[in-house]
Design a protein around this ligand. Sequence first.
Ligand SMILES: [Zn+2]
Ligand SMILES: [Zn+2]
Length: 311
Amino acid sequence: MTESGSFEIRFWGVCGSHPMPQKSKMRHGGNTSCVEISVNGYTLILDAGTGIIPLGKELLARAHEKEDRVSALLLLSHYHHDHTQGFPFFGPVYTADSKLWVLGPELENVSPKDVLADVMHSPYFPVRLRDLNAELCFETLNEDDEILLGEEVGGVKVLHSGDPRPWTSADLVRIQLVQSTRHPGGVLVYRISWRGASVVYASDMENYPEGDEWLVSFAQGTDLLIHDAQYTDAHYWGEAPGCANTQGYGHSTISMACQVANAAQVGGLALFHHSPEYDDERLDQIEAEAKALFPEALMAYEGLMIRLLER
Ligand SMILES: [Zn+2]
Ligand SMILES: [Zn+2]
């Protein structure tokens, strides 16, 4: 649990596809996808790329300082390596008093528990998922499910399609999701809302050049849109020197992300899941180009903190 009464987003891994810990990109960072959201005392973790490894150390340090235990919800968008490869090195899962909910979609008949059990056994890894010390609660999410967080629902409540929803408290944290086919194998997009503020996490998402109506609708009016922006236009269309055409790879261009941000009238846009080939200098140039398309755009970097609501 974090301090109640706040709504903060902190980036721990922003690099797409694979880690790239090179000196030339240390300002933005070379860890893969991981975003921490602290909302009304709950710790949410979006994806378990290698950014979750330093986050795990931080969560253990915070818990130690408060003589508390680590308690968090891990929300997985999909199961490509760059979104799961940090999990076996996430320190809190080796601590007996940690509690972790792991939620994600069923993709190609594979649940979040199946995915992690598949990578955590010999010969791939020396520790099996079932031998971890922490209390792990797995839940498979389907489109139209909703997750509520708050005392009124007893902590964490996953609502499936057709479940009664009698709760009306504005103080509940609400997590909505939609499943998209705009990434190979499918991907979940999350919207987290509390006290009128919200953030949308749309990593690994290839929009149409003219924009995606469903995403514009889902992200409408959100305070912060975290959006896949892996490629420049020239890279995407194969027009940059040495770059293959990447149409169909499942990732957006910076201009596609800005198009959605403009159409959805979002408050801010965090360009996310950068191409590992782009160094800090290149990312700075791209950020300047993005601001011309959407003035509130910024290039996400490790350590970036965005506060939606103050304590
Ligand atoms: Zn990815
Ligand atoms: Zn992916």
